[in-house]
Design a binder for this molecule. Structure first.
Ligand code: PEP
Ligand code: MN
Length: 400
């Protein structure tokens, strides 16, 4: 246990996992099985101090419960892939400050309290649709996030290195310090979240909490399971089902009502407000048709989930020249359709999940980035295209 500003103190170290996360490999796991350093890295992570505390996680769950009741909104935002080179104390503070400012902006325009959750302090791993890519005529392993390898297009940089997990852990600690500092004693402060993807990193950071709480994933406040690993019964879903944190799950265009019901039952067996957040990422053309049966099923089953709209991941296109981009009007259209579906069923549209940069990047088209020609000015993302702060404000204006 801990105060709200200091780093968490020790938890009981779990030597035996108290739940049956299915064994075996997953198609999104880094191709480093058998690497001689894995055992040592895992051992170090399993004795490293927890990054978050039971108290913090409980506070966030209470805040999310208020969102589930319709009394507040969520703004979840940050990089698609965090950069290990941008995790120093000042850089971390700058990123948290931008998140908080966007939260203030939404709070002013919506008139509701806004729970601010960063994609930060652990957003270092990316699921990929292909294991390799062609760069300049050469076939290279894909970039999988700074927890795994480096983005530069050389064979050496792309080699997966388990030692990177320790660097990610250290960086996450520094970023979480910035999150705590910013939160101070305010009612609603920033929190950390990331996709729990690399189980070699996440599993050693599960610790035994107080008996009444149960095991805690101490790598972050709010872990989520992504669109590519959210199969009911997957190792990733089982991990999230086994920990006391509030948890989230992406819901893409192919999700069926049965699947979402099963996920809700696994991840929120107690029908606990604040426990489960569903992040809908369908695409502007699909959401109006695909979302209503899912909302109806979850509502009838009585799961008090938080519904968030991720308008980014279903609206990615390639601009001329091959850069990935997203058009602000598409994002706004998906969000409007999302809200209409929720409102039609008397449910609270709980907020948004965005990919944003703290700097004035030019990765998405809209507002200050007038056309795809302007993308080249400052396109620095390690993975997906992010909104710059002005674009994010414009998006949030339309939400309110
Ligand atoms: C992401 O959030 O960066 C991501 C990969 O999303 P999804 O799992 O929804 O595709
Ligand atoms: Mn992304």
């Amino acid at each position: 246990m801990t105060g709200t500003t200091g780093r968490p103190t020790a938890y009981e170290r779990l030597t035996v996992a108290p739940w049956p996360v299915p064994a075996g490999r997953h198609h999104q796991e880094p191709p480093w099985a058998g690497h001689p350093a894995l055992g040592e890295v895992s051992g170090r992570l399993s004795t490293a101090p927890p990054l978050v505390s039971v108290d913090e996680v409980g506070r966030l769950r209470d805040e999310l419960a208020a969102v589930a009741r319709g009394d507040a909104l969520v703004l979840q935002a940050g990089d698609c892939a965090e950069n290990l080179e941008e995790c120093g104390p000042e850089q971390a503070a700058a990123r948290v400050t931008v998140l908080d400012a966007l939260g203030d902006h939404l709070e002013r325009s919506s008139g509701r309290r806004v729970v601010r959750i960063g994609r930060l302090a652990g957003q270092f791993a990316k699921p990929r649709s292909q294991p390799t890519e062609r760069v300049g005529g050469r076939e290279l392993p894909v970039f999988r996030g700074h927890m795994v390898n480096s983005a530069e297009p050389t064979a050496e940089a792309r080699r997966p290195d388990p030692w990177r997990m320790l660097r990610a852990y250290e960086a996450a600690g520094t970023v979480l310090d910035a999150v705590r500092k910013r939160r101070g004693d305010r009612d609603t402060g920033p929190w950390a979240s990331h996709e729990a993807l690399v189980l070699d990193y996440e599993l050693p950071l599960v610790r035994g909490g107080p008996e009444a709480v149960g095991p805690l994933l101490t790598s972050t406040h709010l872990p989520w399971v992504g669109e590519r690993t959210r199969q009911p019964g997957s190792r990733h879903v089982t991990l999230l089902a086994s920990v006391a944190n509030p948890v989230a799950c992406k819901i893409g265009p192919t999700a069926t009502p049965d699947e979402v019901l099963l996920l809700s039952r696994l991840l929120d067996p107690g029908r606990t407000p604040g426990r489960l957040t569903l992040i809908v990422r369908m695409g502007r053309a699909v959401v109006a048709e695909a979302l209503p049966p899912l909302v109806a099923a979850v509502r009838r089953a009585g799961h008090p989930v938080v519904w968030l709209c991720d308008p980014m991941h279903g609206n990615t296109v390639r601009a001329v020249g091959g850069r990935k981009t997203r058009y602000l009007p598409d994002l706004i259209a998906e969000a409007a359709a999302f809200r209409a579906v929720l409102e039609q069923q008397g449910q609270h549209a709980g907020g948004v999940h965005l990919e944003t940069a703290a700097d004035d990047v030019s990765e998405c088209v809209g507002g200050p980035v007038g056309s795809p020609d302007a993308l080249a000015r400052r396109y620095t993302t390690l993975c997906d295209p992010r909104l710059n702060p002005e674009q994010a404000r414009r998006f949030l204006n339309t939400w309110a």
